[in-house]
Write a protein that binds this ligand. Structure first.
Ligand SMILES: [Zn+2]
Length: 356
């Protein structure tokens, strides 16, 4: 009986608080409260931030790791400040693979996927390749080796190009000077490293590699390989390749035999192509920077491989003259690998190349 009395009293109270003839509506506040008000006053409440329906007072929020929560709108700013998102789309990101696949992952997982070889943009997964006569196509990077085998090239075929090559380094100061010049002009070169020098100057090896230069193998300690046993040839090459891999994460894929000397034993033991040269300014032979530069600029032809040494200050100075002069003459300065590709030559182990 007591309970009925309370309910009756509540009805009575409600009845006498309402104008006669009016009906009531339940409204909701953005912080979870609700109230029953007369229809006449609803508009006033709405203008004060109340809502007609409970659903309007809550929002669903999302986290970058896939969680979601429904909270009162009054709490939304607090949640946003804690790193929650209003839109599911903001919590996910699409990533791309080198073979054309794509996936959508939570943002909290992005770093893990990048370390697995996924990329943030589609543009990073494709590369433009060229055929003769200005034809070019975009292909997925995973397919690039297949296209190169079919005769496509990473560089347009038009225009002359040469490969500057530097032996016997790296040398700290002079190699850095040459890399400064290459970087300034957006040019590339190929460095045939001695293992014993690469051990001392791994920073220069890494910098050359990062600038897109090719790293080649010039043996560990510069012996005349034609006078070496098969075992010695192999050890000189493998020891140096281990040092190169340690510095840049991958081995050299071609050899320059010291003094340019090679015989059948060297070629068959090398396990990689031999890269020689067809322009030699003899920069080791007490030449001035101008003498070295003049020789290179005069004799450079489309497809030339140019021999220099990055252990001489005069050579580093000559490079400052050579690079802009060759560019002005219309040459592109590319790596040995790019030059071979552009000329449609696939480099084969055990063969010697003097130019392309
Ligand atoms: Zn040498």
């Amino acid at each position: 009986m007591k309970k009925i009395g309370v309910v009756f009293a509540a009805f009575l109270l409600l009845f006498i608080s309402m104008p006669v003839g009016s009906t009531n509506t339940t409204i909701y506040a953005p912080d979870g409260r609700s109230a029953i008000v007369s229809d006449e006053s609803v508009e006033t409440y709405l203008s004060l931030g109340w809502y007609h329906s409970y659903e309007d007072t809550v929002s669903t929020l999302y986290t970058a790791d896939g969680r979601s929560a429904t909270v009162y709108k009054a709490d939304v700013p607090t949640y946003l400040s804690l790193g929650w998102y209003e839109n599911y789309e903001d919590t996910v990101q699409t990533l791309y693979a080198l073979d054309g696949r794509s996936i959508t992952v939570y943002k909290s997982e992005v770093m893990a996927y990048l370390s697995l070889g996924w990329y943030k943009t589609y543009e990073e997964t494709v590369e433009r390749l060229y055929a003769p006569h200005d034809i070019s196509i975009l292909v997925y990077k995973a397919e690039v080796p297949l296209y190169l085998n079919l005769g496509w090239s990473r560089m347009p075929h038009t225009g002359p190009m040469v490969a500057l090559t530097f032996d016997d380094g790296p040398h700290g100061q002079h190699t850095d000077s040459i890399l400064d010049t290459l970087e300034k002009y957006g040019a590339k070169a190929t460095f045939f490293l001695l293992g014993c020098q690469a051990e001392k100057y791994p920073m220069q090896v890494r910098r050359a590699h990062a600038l897109g230069c090719d790293i080649g193998n010039h043996t560990y300690i510069h012996p005349n390989l034609s006078a070496c046993s098969t075992d010695r040839v192999r050890t000189e090459i493998s020891r140096t390749n281990a040092i190169i891999k340690n510095a840049v994460g991958e081995e050299a894929v071609f050899l320059r035999p010291p003094y340019g000397n090679h015989n059948k034993t060297v070629r068959s033991s090398a396990g990689m192509p031999l890269i020689l040269w067809n322009v030699d300014p003899q920069d080791w032979n007490h030449k001035t920077a101008n003498e070295v530069a003049n020789h290179v600029i005069q004799y450079a032809r489309d497809g030339s491989i140019i021999l220099m040494h990055d252990i001489y200050g005069s050579t580093a100075e000559a490079v400052k003259i050579i690079v802009p002069a060759l560019i002005k003459k219309g040459f592109r300065l590319v790596t040995v690998r790019e030059l071979a590709e552009a000329k449609g030559t696939s480099l084969a182990a055990g063969f010697a190349y003097y130019g392309f």
